[in-house]
Design a protein around this ligand. Sequence first.
Ligand SMILES: Cc1cc2nc3c(=O)[nH]c(=O)nc-3n(C[C@H](O)[C@H](O)[C@H](O)COP(=O)(O)OP(=O)(O)OC[C@H]3O[C@@H](n4cnc5c(N)ncnc54)[C@H](O)[C@@H]3O)c2cc1C
Length: 379
Amino acid sequence: MDFSLNKDQILLQETIKNFVEKEVKPKAKNWDEKEEVPLDVIKKLGDMGIMGMSVSHDYDGSGLDMISTALVIEELAKGDGSLALTIAAHSGLACGHISRFGSEEQKKKYLPDIASGKKLGGWALTEPGSGSDASALKTKAVKNGNDWILNGTKMFITNATVGETFTVLASTEPEKKQKGITAFILEKGDKGFKAGKKLEKMGMRSSDTGELILEDVKIPDTRRLGNINEGFINTLMMLDKGRIGIGALSLGLAEGALEESLKYVNQRETFGKLLKEHQAIDFMLADMKVEIEAAKLLIMRAASLADAGKPYTLEASIAKLYASEMAMRVCTKAIQIHGGYGYTREFPVERMLRDAKLCEIGEGTSEIQRLVISREMLK
Ligand SMILES: Cc1cc2nc3c(=O)[nH]c(=O)nc-3n(C[C@H](O)[C@H](O)[C@H](O)COP(=O)(O)OP(=O)(O)OC[C@H]3O[C@@H](n4cnc5c(N)ncnc54)[C@H](O)[C@@H]3O)c2cc1C
């Protein structure tokens, strides 16, 4: 397989790299400490077309392919994992679900505002009592004439308190379990729909994560997203792409940690030599590089298959699993190379490790990836 980037992809990668150097790296520590979503930077990314990566030009998006999308997320994550997560959830899941399964009317109504970054979007599947076992969700949507009445609580939702347009998965025929789940579009301002508690997290602290509360939210059938009872099967398709995104995010974090380590080994001296002159340190750098390159190939393979319209469930899971666990190993080594300073907040590697842990949990934990991979093999 040929994974060389085309001219547009190289230009996009360079543009995001420069943006991250100037607008993200110098500020990421402060955002993490304040646990604040950098809405000003998101606005700038919106002007650059990044918030609408998964949306076609017809609805004010930039219609990027999956390889380009992965490149953007990777570059953003080199500077700040939280920003990359905010954008991956907004663009991949929130915009993606409406783009892929919305009616023409819904696309015209909702996509331009979220694709331009004027409004942030969210995507709500997880609940307090159901994450990995998503089909056990309890949020209910009951048909009432031409309307639906929704009740329930969603948990761990990215952009819950800052987002305005949400895709919400609810049970429409509970006895059918995953074959009885439907997606709906909800907007902040809908009566009975509000954000609950904002969660205090270990990492990804400047990405907003919180609860969404639905109390007798009445919406017309025109807000139903996709066919009745097809929400879960559509969700699985969304998650395949999302997993490539989280793989790319993991890759960017690991590359960021390696870059920091390469800088540090050229500055710090022990026993009268620079760190880079100790072979034990160089071997750690070599191992980090090998793992990063392996993850990059897995992500490119999954993204290329997605772009070619071929099946890629297995490849996306493999890429996500390997890249997220690799990011934890690489960030741990980066801290080891930095010694005591690596354990302080003075250097970004400690933040990168905290951020990397999320990648083993979000969009399907490592255990769920192993389930998907083994099931695909045993089919
Ligand atoms: C920062 C953050 C952002 C998130 N953003 C979103 C979002 O935007 N939208 C959204 O819908 N969700 C979101 N999530 C939720 C995320 O997808 C879930 O946390 C994740 O799927 C795991 O679910 P859980 O937390 O309920 O863990 P559980 O499902 O309770 O799992 C607990 C442990 O048991 C393991 N486990 C569970 N079942 C099995 C099994 N069958 N075999 C082996 N091991 C198993 C899991 O791997 C895990 O180690 C986010 C989570 C976080 C932390």
